[in-house]
Design a protein around this ligand. Structure first.
Ligand code: ADP
Length: 159
């Protein structure tokens, strides 16, 4: 299982930015487990089950992807899976401070877990689930940001 990485996050919902990172991670790892965190502190648009379903659909054609969800700390989940590598996406300098803090906190919590950062294509470097939801609530067309079925799901929620 050495060649498997975990890509944790909220994925509320999955965007082309997330898919870009998954594809890049698969150039380095044989398998990527995309793991949706149950995070009671964050108000999400989609339930965990809905996010799992959207991610499964979005990654259906990509070989080597597994979709899962987990409760509690990322490092504990990684250990339960007997893995070591966490993938995170870095979009802009604004992501850096939070990601840096989290990676170092995780390192303190478990010295066996390493975080690897990957940068998306510049065409996705401004894309975030939050922005997409805001744009959708104002009636924006989400083509180019998320797959068509994700756009439909967002619009159905906001109706
Ligand atoms: P979280 O709530 O954990 O930040 P997200 O689902 O928003 O969860 O993101 C999961 C991971 O994917 C994070 O590392 C985030 O920086 C990264 N990510 C999100 N959107 C993009 C994007 N457009 N390009 C690259 N990485 C991204």
């Amino acid at each position: 299982m050495k060649n498997t990485a975990i890509y944790p996050g909220s994925f509320d919902p999955v965007t082309y930015g997330h898919l870009d990172i998954i594809e890049r991670a698969l150039k380095v790892f044989n398998k990527v487990i995309v793991a949706i965190a149950h995070n009671s502190e964050k108000a999400t648009l989609f339930s965990v089950a809905e996010r799992v379903e959207l991610l499964k659909k979005a990654t259906k054609g990509i070989k080597g992807v597994e979709v899962d969800d987990f409760q509690g700390l990322v490092v504990d989940y990684v250990k339960r899976k007997k893995l070591r590598i966490v993938i995170r996406g870095l979009r802009m300098i604004s992501d850096f401070e939070y990601e840096f803090q989290m990676a170092l906190t995780n390192r303190k919590l478990s010295k066996d877990v390493e975080t690897i950062f990957m940068m998306p294509s510049e065409s996705y470097s401004y894309l975030s689930s939050k922005l997409i939801k805001e744009a959708a609530s104002l009636g924006a067309n989400l083509k180019g940001f998320v797959p068509g079925f994700v756009e439909k799901a967002i619009k159905a929620k906001l109706r």
